[in-house]
Design a protein around this ligand. Structure first.
Ligand SMILES: [Zn+2]
Length: 313
């Protein structure tokens, strides 16, 4: 344990020193993009999707965290530091989602705009961690309404950096915001297909509290709002009790969390004489492969609601 702490401290010191001396380095990868486009780095792909849509051809964006990546436990690798160093602007979620990267963001803030888009949401629309009211739940993208504030944060920052293309950013943002409004309608329509008493979402960790609040689901996660702490036997038992009490037949795995946790719930229910099956895989903190429907914010959300409705209907 101590050894592990020592090495992770060591790697932070190493990465921060790279950050400190890397600001003037030019990287020789020789990509062919025009030198005028704004270089953007993002952490989770949900934010990359905003930047792609709002920035259009005026930006070039890369995200540090691909499909299946858990942002709570993610440690920056050297390639990430290069991306951050080469970027003109960095967008991350904040609210402690990227739990291991706080120090790197602090360093980056001294050099360039480094914006926590989740922190653009009015505080009274943020949910608290049920286990610690002083902490906000970071999974803000699962309220489409809230995520619109993240879109506005990206739009405003791009305009600040590149006044000449203000019109393009404004138009693109409006189109994207309209697509999000359409998405909200779709989610609400689908959710209405499930009887109210069956609207219980059991997942590996508490990523869906905003979703539950906004679209009328009770949400039960085996782990808390972060995957940094492990679950216990009593956590499993609590969920099994809920499944039995409310006669729930389906639970969900998450693409960025080990299946071991939700399998423990299925096994526990079986031992209690209650048959539960895996209702499918949801995208929680990571999205699908780039180039697929699920690799976009709208497509990922549609996949989730379709999967949930099919399993619980
Ligand atoms: Zn999470």
């Amino acid at each position: 344990m101590l050894k592990k702490v020592f090495f992770s401290l060591l790697s932070i010191v190493f990465l921060v020193s790279l950050v400190a001396c890397g600001s003037n380095s030019t990287n020789g990868e020789g990509t062919s993009e025009s030198s005028e486009s704004i270089k953007v780095a993002t952490t989770i792909a949900q934010i990359q999707d905003i930047v792609k849509n709002v920035g259009g051809e005026n930006v070039e964006v890369s995200s540090l965290m691909g499909p299946g990546t858990d942002p709570h436990t993610y440690n920056a690798v050297q390639g990430d530091i290069e991306k951050l160093n080469n970027a003109d602007v960095i967008f991350y979620n904040g609210l402690h989602l990227e739990g291991q990267m706080g120090e790197i963001f602090e360093k980056m803030k001294e050099q360039k705009p480094t914006i926590a888009v989740g922190e653009n949401i009015p505080e009274n629309q943020l949910l608290s961690d049920p286990e610690d009211p002083s902490i906000h739940d970071p999974h803000v993208w699962f309220s489409v309404e809230n995520w619109k504030y993240a879109v506005e944060a990206v739009r405003d920052e791009l305009i600040d950096l590149d006044k000449a293309n203000e019109e393009s950013y404004t138009e693109n943002a409006n189109a994207y915001l309209n697509a999000l409004t359409e998405l909200e309608g779709y989610i609400k329509e689908k959710a209405a297909e499930i009887p109210e008493e069956s609207r219980v979402l059991v997942t590996a960790h508490d990523a869906f509290n905003y979703f539950g609040e906004e679209y009328g689901f009770d949400v039960v996660g085996l782990q808390g709002i972060s995957t940094e702490s492990d679950f216990s036997v009593s956590d499993v038992q609590k969920i099994v009790d809920t499944l039995v009490d409310r006669d729930i037949k389906g639970v969900f795995v998450e693409s960025s969390v080990n299946e071991r946790s939700i399998n423990a719930v299925v096994e526990g229910a079986k031992e209690a004489g209650h048959e539960v099956s895996i209702g499918g895989e949801l995208y929680s903190d990571a999205m699908g492969e780039a180039g697929t429907e699920e690799g976009t914010y709208v497509g990922m959300f549609k996949h989730n609601i379709d999967t949930i409705v099919d399993a619980l209907k």
